[in-house]
Every structure is written in structure tokens, then in C-alpha cells.
Design a protein around this ligand. Structure first.
Ligand code: 13P
Ligand code: SF4
Length: 301
């Protein structure tokens, strides 16, 4: 039996579902039951009737799924696939800012550890951050860990006072402004679609900013036949599948998230066979961080 059929058989046998982020390898997106951005996958994981979730993404995704559904078995094909930005803040910093402001909400990008979520009021993703920040009653917003998403939202909500943290995504930061300018010169009719994790210089020359699925939707719903894409190269699979006659251009340095790319079909098969790489979240951390995730689901719906 080939590896794909073996995975399909084991999925049935183990009552498992495979979730995949748009940044994982195309062959995984092809066999996954659901592919999407972080918010979509978090909703699917919370509602999935299956006993086991195989989460093809990075740690904070598997961890959030486990926190929202503690009774389920969550397996990661590669347990070392972690998002560096998830660690770019700490509990002491949050508690210090809380002391400085009375009317404060700690808004935590879902790309964060469960410990950071435990000290936060609400989680957000790039697809719902604007809606959620606008809905918060507090005037002061401490937005962690990503400075780029924070600044993107802050510009759109001038009535709030933002306190920024210095976190960033190494994959998006690697893209150079000059590379995108060069692409714009080569393809003057191609709109620039970017993820808000991009640096300010790139955000400023973008025609549209949104989550991975919002970028895919934008390209699919608009009649242009070429786009410059400023996010991780994995989105190209869905972009080309949905838009076979459209050209998509990327920075020469090619944005690749090395952690998302740790997922593979072989590793999916291995965890389905062995049950290895189960996500375990400390009970106290799980209980302490669930409210920020649940608040996100409540405010975003
Ligand atoms: P999305 O929520 O847009 O899928 O982004 C997740 C991510 O990790 C971006 O780098
Ligand atoms: Fe984290 Fe960046 Fe990879 Fe997204 S692309 S998972 S933010 S390192």
C-alpha cells in the first residue's frame, strides 16, 4: 500500500482527522481533511468529532487545539516544529505593563506559548485581530508578541492607545523592501498582497494586507491575472490550485518557514501508527489559558 492510502486507512482505524496550515508542504495540504489559516483551523479543531487530531503546523496550533479540547488526543508530526515568535515576550513583562495601566487589555496573537496566553485577556489571529480589538472596552492595548501585526492594527484603531512588544516573525522579516520594489517594477500591474507580519516598509507598499486565507480569497475574487505575494511560499499551492491561469511572484529570498516545513507525510504516518508526539499541556496552564482562547472565539463570531 502506498503512503497516502496507509495514512487514509490508519485515520479511519484511529478515528483521526488531519488539519494542515497553508504553510506546510503541498503533498500534506493535498491529503489533509481541512486546510486553512490559524483561526479557521482553531475552530475546526474545537468542533471536530474525531477522537484524534493530527495537527500539521507548529506548536502553538497543536497546543491551542489541546487546550480547547482537552479530552482529545492531539498529535504533531514533528513535536519540535515551533514558532520562534511564540516565545518573544514573557510573563514578567506582561505583569509589569498590567501594573502601569488600569484600563488595559492584554491582546495575545495566537502565535504565542500557552504560558503567555495564561497572562492575557484575549487571543487574536491576523484574520480577526481588528474586529476583536475594536470590540474591547479597554482603552489601552498591550499587544503581544508581534510588533508588526500590532502596528498594523494600531493604525486602524486610532482611538486606542497601544503598548508594543518587540516580537517578530523571522520568516516574514527576512523579505526585503528592495526585493518587493524590484518585483513591482517588473510587474507594475500586479497588486501586492501581504501578511501583516511583514515589516512596515513592505506593509506600506502593499495593496492588501490579510491572513493567509484572506490573501488567497483576495487573489481568487479579483480579476487580475498576476499578484506579488508577501508571505510564506506554502500559500502558493492553494493560490495556484484555485487560480490556475494566474501568476504569483515572491521575493527572491523566498520566504520559507523552516518549522512548518518539518511536517512530512512520513511523520504523519509515524504518529498515526505509534501515537507518539502527543501534545501535553500542564493542567494549570491549560485552565489558565483557555479563557483567552474562548474569548477570541466569542468575540470573533
Ligand atoms: P495565518 O493566521 O494568517 O494563517 O498566519 C499564521 C502564521 O503563522 C503566519 O506566519
Ligand atoms: Fe511563526 Fe513566522 Fe513560521 Fe508563522 S511563518 S509559524 S509566525 S515563524
Amino acid at each position: 500500500m502506498d503512503i497516502i492510502n496507509e495514512i487514509k486507512e490508519l485515520k479511519k482505524e484511529k478515528d483521526a482527522i488531519i488539519l494542515a496550515h497553508y504553510y506546510v508542504m503541498p503533498e500534506i495540504q493535498e491529503i489533509a481533511d481541512f486546510v486553512g489559516d490559524s483561526f479557521y483551523l482553531s475552530k475546526v479543531a474545537a468542533k471536530a468529532p474525531e477522537k484524534t487530531i493530527v495537527f500539521c503546523g507548529v506548536s502553538f496550533m497543536g497546543e491551542s487545539a489541546k487546550i480547547l479540547s482537552p479530552e482529545k488526543i492531539v498529535l504533531m508530526p514533528d513535536i519540535s516544529a515551533d514558532c520562534p515568535m511564540a516565545h518573544m515576550c514573557d510573563a514578567d513583562t506582561i505583569e509589569q505593563v498590567k501594573k502601569e495601566y488600569d484600563d488595559l487589555a492584554v491582546v495575545c496573537y495566537i502565535n504565542s506559548t500557552a504560558e503567555l496566553k495564561m497572562h492575557s485577556d484575549v487571543c487574536v489571529t491576523s484574520s480577526n485581530a481588528l474586529q476583536i480589538v475594536k470590540a474591547l472596552p479597554q482603552k489601552n492595548i498591550f499587544f503581544i508578541p508581534d510588533k508588526n501585526l500590532a502596528h498594523f492594527i494600531a493604525e486602524k484603531v486610532p482611538e486606542k492607545h497601544f503598548i508594543f512588544n518587540e516580537g517578530f516573525c523571522p520568516t516574514h522579516e527576512k523579505m526585503r523592501y528592495e526585493e518587493i520594489l524590484e518585483l513591482k517594477e517588473q510587474h507594475p500591474d500586479a497588486p501586492v498582497l501581504s501578511h501583516p507580519e511583514c515589516a512596515e516598509s513592505i506593509r506600506n507598499i502593499s495593496d492588501f494586507l490579510g491572513s493567509t486565507s484572506q490573501i488567497i480569497d483576495y487573489a481568487t475574487e479579483h480579476s487580475n491575472k498576476e499578484f506579488i505575494i508577501c508571505t510564506e511560499i506554502g500559500v502558493n499551492y492553494e493560490l495556484e490550485t484555485k487560480n490556475p491561469d494566474t501568476k504569483f511572484y515572491y521575493a527572491k529570498s523566498v520566504p520559507v518557514c523552516p518549522n512548518m516545513k518539518k511536517n512530512s507525510l512520513e511523520k504523519i504516518l509515524h504518529v498515526l501508527k505509534t501515537g507518539e508526539n502527543e501534545v501535553v499541556v500542564d493542567e494549570a496552564v491549560s485552565k489558565g489559558s483557555i479563557s483567552a482562547l474562548e474569548m477570541m472565539h466569542k468575540l470573533a463570531n
